[in-house]
Design a protein around this ligand. Sequence first.
Ligand code: PAF
Length: 292
Amino acid sequence: MVDVHDSIASFRSALDDERRRGRTVGFVPTMGYLHDGHASLMSAAAAENDVAVASIFVNPLQFAANEDLSTYPRDLDRDLAICADRGVSHVLNPTVEEMYPGGPVLTTVTVDRITRNFEGASRPEHFAGVATVVTKLFSIVGPGRAYFGEKDFQQLAVVTRLASDLSIPVQVVGCPIVREADGLAMSSRNVYLDEAQRAAAPVLHEALRAAATAATSGAPATDVRQVMIDRVDSEALAELDYAEVVDATTLEPVDDLGPGQRLLIAAHFGRTRLLDNLAVPVRAVDSSADRS
Ligand code: PAF
């Protein structure tokens, strides 16, 4: 049974009750239209905390005027069934007016530097919108742990950094990407792909795997990056946005392979932009160390 709250006050008071009983709270923020990736976050929250809670809120602050806010897919009944199935007991599902009474917010949260490149380069206001709503949700929920998918790797880095910079007492937990059988990372936006684009979209994962193989065999970072570019360029329906090897915390591109690095990639398939990423395999670190 899931308790659905459209009011912040009632959600907060339900969680205060749980905490008074000494229960720990794990939180999964979402924009709904849930898939197995979200479900895996909920399972982790339910397994690692006494109470698992979620929010379903399509946050207008993180969409630019030309983006898909009005057409963003929604299916609340299905979402609530998934929440119940994965052990989520309370869901906050507020209206825009409930979250942002009085219209546009005057207080926003911005995270510098790590938001400038990649997603931030093509969506300049996006991360301020994410950082603002996540900070607000942390303040409403007061979770001990909060769960984010590694699929949006830059978002995970941004949220981790904001929680640290603002001393928010939450442990930000990154969870592995959940993929379709052909390797495509699950995303609510995959429904926008037509049949041909859907068939082409696994090229992102293929490019990452090819790059990881190159890294493992000791190729330098520039060659590893080029492997991703060439693989995506070979797919006529994909238009590369970026492909980079970065430090997983600072998101700065690296010259030399080393520990704690990530392969990031994004491409357009028609009007739909998809992203994916993969850890640089640890053996790559050994083989580049061997070469030096
Ligand atoms: O990843 C998402 O679905 C959203 O960016 C989030 C974290 C729920 C904030 O609106």
